[in-house]
Design a binder for this molecule. Structure first.
Ligand code: C5P
Length: 227
């Protein structure tokens, strides 16, 4: 059963926690990204855990292997249960991140970003192949490097799950049929992403900017569960 993750992309802690209060007990996961983490720091992860959420820290680490391994340890100590690294950081970086996570007291899941869902064909610097092909190649590497999962578009999930059934797929770029794509490019509806085999659906603005965020979350959950 796919799980819903709400992306708490807010410019202040109070707004993020106010939304979390509305969604507690309804949406199982909160995602803390760069904006909120830079403002609020690790304390916001603790607050969300105390509210009963699973916490995903989405800082997309990309650095030399030692630096990333240390960051993974720090993220786990801060309460992250799932975190992201860039698969393009390469084999040594990815394997050291996985090893660092495994050695933690509460090992977080480590997911590798493949091709950001904001990229369309020809938009990724230096990459001429279609995003889906490149995401598929990176998924194969993530599988062989023992990552727990990958971040990809729902449009790529079926192919990835077909070739790499062990890998979990976390899919941003989720848009209900009537919603704006915003800056996302490779989008999918909640129902289509679930049908494609996505394990986690990440939704930000269609919930956070809705007039009634709780109703928007319920509508997405209903769509996910009727698949
Ligand atoms: O508002 P929206 O639903 O587009 O938010 C998507 C969230 O998922 C954002 O927080 C963004 O940083 C994150 N994300 C993404 N694409 C990726 C990885 C993460 O959109 N490949």
């Amino acid at each position: 059963m796919a799980e819903l993750v709400v992306a708490l992309d807010f410019p202040d802690t109070d707004s993020a926690l106010a939304l979390a209060r509305q969604l507690r007990g309804v949406v199982p996961w909160c995602k803390v990204g760069m904006e909120l983490f830079c403002l609020a720091g690790p304390a916001v992860l603790t607050r969300l855990r105390e509210m009963g959420f699973h916490v995903f820290l989405d800082l997309k680490f990309y650095d030399i292997p030692n630096t990333v391994a240390q960051a993974v340890r720090a993220a786990a100590q801060s309460g992250a249960e799932l975190l992201t690294i860039h698969t393009q950081g390469g084999e040594r970086m990815c394997r050291e991140a996985v090893a660092a996570a495994a050695a933690c007291e509460r090992p977080p899941l480590v997911f590798g970003v493949t091709v950001l869902t904001s990229f369309g064909p020809g938009q990724m610097p230096g990459i001429t192949k279609p995003p889906a092909d490149f995401a598929g190649e990176l998924a194969g590497m993530a599988d062989s490097w023992q990552l727990d999962g990958i971040v990809c578009s729902g449009q790529e999930a079926a192919a990835v799950k077909g070739r790499h059934p062990r890998l979990r797929c976390l899919c941003p770029g989720i848009r209900p049929a009537s919603a704006s794509a915003d800056d996302q490019c490779r989008i999918m509806t909640p129902a289509a992403a679930v049908a494609a085999g996505a394990d986690y659906l990440v939704v930000g603005r269609p919930i956070t900017r809705a007039a009634d965020p709780l109703a928007a979350a319920h509508a997405i959950l209903d769509e996910m569960h009727t698949c």
